[in-house]
Design a protein around this ligand. Structure first.
Ligand code: SF4
Ligand code: MG
Length: 321
């Protein structure tokens, strides 16, 4: 479905390039939920947004993103516009404010459908009613403005709009972060439902919350300071993490089934490095409790540690891939 190879996405600033995504490779298969996790500023949002729409100061500095055989980094604006929503769609972070506030839901949907070649308004209205019912919203929502909807309703309306044209790949960027646990569960169930119904084939789910990925992702990629530090099947990442950063990230989460208040969150001491002039070696060395002498100077490559499980750390030794 999607093959990303050595992708580099930087931000051009007056003082130099911020290396937000710096040589990232991964694959998303048909039928899977692929989770991307890491602290804010690790490059996960930049990465997924660069697949959909690159606007200055975002610059593509190298690498490919092959989506159904085409390189997303080399599409014309017209080609990109054509596949957006219909083949590749995103539910953005702050999804609650993503809908045009000056239009009713039915007009937002009609504009979108028209732009992608639909001519039969009746049919589009019918589809909208079906999809609203699917996310348990009343048909009256079609005649409402986004501001008239509560937060949870707006979130679901945004999901309807993002998936209306049955995109093969749906990107969800931090869509559960602002929600309470119950609403989070509803959103996750809806994503599953969209997949079961064949409305979307694959999902990239971006979050800082590994506990959510444990529930929905088939595989997880952990990013730190613009790099992939670990990638593998969800079970492996959650139960057998090998990278010091992944381990700290998991320790900083409340464990499932343990009451939140009773548990002390350890957090990860220190702050991520500046991506303006990142060190040559491991980008985590300033915060790593296990750093070796060579860590600041030599960059660790991804090594295989299990079935489909890779991590980049000098402690692992092994053959680099
Ligand atoms: Fe820590 Fe070195 Fe491994 Fe980086 S390469 S995570 S600094 S031990
Ligand atoms: Mg983000």
């Amino acid at each position: 479905m999607l093959t990303v190879e050595n992708l580099k996405i930087y931000y051009a600033t007056p003082v130099g390039h911020v290396k937000a995504v710096d040589g990232v490779s991964f694959e998303v298969k048909e039928g899977e939920v692929f989770g991307i996790a890491g602290e804010s500023g690790c490059g996960k949002s930049t990465l997924v947004h660069s697949l959909i729409l690159r606007k200055p100061p975002m610059v593509h500095m190298g690498g490919k993103a092959l989506f159904k055989g085409r390189d997303l980094m080399r599409l014309s604006e017209e080609e990109a516009r054509r596949i957006r929503y219909s083949e590749l769609s995103i539910i953005p972070q702050y999804a609650m404010n993503a809908l045009n506030p000056t239009k009713k839901i039915r007009d937002i949907v009609w504009d979108l459908a028209k732009e992608h070649g639909q001519t039969d308004r009746e049919e589009v209205e019918k589809l909208l009613r079906e999809r609203l019912a699917m996310v348990k919203l009343s048909p009256n929502v079609a005649n409402m403005y986004p501001v008239e909807l509560s937060g949870g309703m707006r979130q679901r309306a945004t999901m309807v709009v993002s998936t209306l044209l049955n995109p093969d790949l749906l990107i969800a960027d931090e869509i559960t972060s602002a929600l309470d646990v119950t609403t989070q569960r509803v959103v996750i169930e809806l994503l599953h439902h969209f997949m079961e119904e064949g409305i979307v084939k694959s999902v990239i789910f971006v979050t800082h919350d590994l506990a959510i990925l444990d529930k929905i992702a088939d595989r997880i990629m952990i990013m730190y300071a613009g790099k992939v530090v670990e990638i593998g099947p969800t079970e492996e990442i959650i139960n057998n993490p090998v990278h010091p950063y992944t381990r700290l990230l998991l320790n900083s989460l409340p464990r499932m089934g343990v009451q939140y208040k009773k548990q002390k969150l350890s957090g990860i001491p220190g702050y991520p490095i500046s991506l303006l002039n990142p060190p040559k070696g491991c980008r985590f060395y300033t915060r790593c409790p296990y750093a070796l002498d060579k860590c600041p100077h030599v960059e660790p490559g991804l090594v295989r540690v299990g079935e489909g499980h890779y991590a980049a750390c000098h402690l692992l030794g092994g053959e680099e891939q």
